[in-house]
Design a protein. Structure first.
Length: 274
């Protein structure tokens, strides 16, 4: 169900038209979603495998883009890979019933068009597309004029089928600003410069617990990695103390068990003849 206090596609397009900046986070847990809502973040990206009624409730007033994985399984939707247009359309309708507001789709243009023709708000992906990086390499895309033109042509093609928006990832700042200013689509910038319509980061980067490579555009605001490490050591210590208590008969204590009247227990034994 749509809450009247969370933005719609129409509202976000109006924000773009007014030149208002939009913040967006990729989250994986209800705690992260609830924190984003409390902080006033307008948009969330949540993969289908993490999206649930609990996540939608936690996201509150946030507009939620549900990720339909390219060629992968979208948990909660028939347990099979998304391959055909019907697969993607069915998954979108499934997650829309759960409260999804728009749907990330990096599938073929033909599949994206089917979704758009059925009035499903989709967010495509241009520039560096991780699922397609074997074709470009892991690098900034669009620094050369021909490559920039290819991104521009792709945006215009998506615009023509009425795509709601596109993730614009790791492109030169000047190109990101030009594209954003010259399309009605919402351009969700990840390393695309200040001119993008939205600034999009992963919660794990913002909170400092990224494992592996941290992209250049990421900005760390808190050191949750150290806190997670501290909590893990506390978990180990607590579990070790629990085992020691059991080994040395310190657990359970009388306050942890259910008492039984001695007469009732004797009657029970007598009934067994023991």
């Amino acid at each position: 169900m749509h809450r009247p206090d969370r933005p719609t596609v129409h509202d976000l397009r109006a924000m773009k038209a007014r030149g208002e900046k939009i913040t967006m986070l990729y989250v994986t847990t209800p705690d992260e979603a609830a924190a984003a809502d409390a902080a006033g973040v307008q948009m969330l990206s949540i993969e289908g495998r993490f999206f649930s009624p609990e996540m939608r409730l936690a996201a509150g007033r946030c507009f939620v883009q549900v990720g339909l994985p390219y060629g992968g399984q979208s948990n909660g939707w028939q347990g099979r890979p998304l391959v055909s247009a019907d697969d993607y359309l069915g998954a979108a309708y499934h997650f829309a019933q759960m409260g999804g507001d728009a749907f990330y789709c990096a599938a073929s243009f033909e599949i994206q068009k089917v979704l758009c023709d059925n009035h499903v708000p989709i967010v495509a992906h241009v520039g560096l597309v991780p699922s397609l990086a074997t074709w470009t390499g892991w690098r900034a895309v669009g620094k050369a004029a021909a490559e920039a033109r290819a991104i521009w042509d792709q945006v215009k093609r998506l615009e023509a089928i009425n795509a709601f928006g596109a993730e614009l990832e790791v492109v030169p700042e000047a190109l990101g600003a030009f594209i954003s200013a010259n399309t009605p689509m919402l351009m969700l910038g990840m390393g695309a410069g200040a001119g993008a319509d939205a600034q999009y980061l992963f919660a794990e980067d913002v909170l400092g617990y990224t494992t592996g490579h941290r992209p250049r555009h990421a900005k760390v605001y808190r050191d949750f990695a150290a806190e997670h490490a501290r909590l893990q050591q506390e978990r180990i210590a607590a579990f070790r103390e629990f085992r020691a208590d059991v080994d040395q008969a310190r657990y359970p204590e009388p306050r942890h068990v259910v008492p039984m009247d001695e007469d009732e227990f004797r009657a029970f034994r007598a009934g067994l003849g023991v």
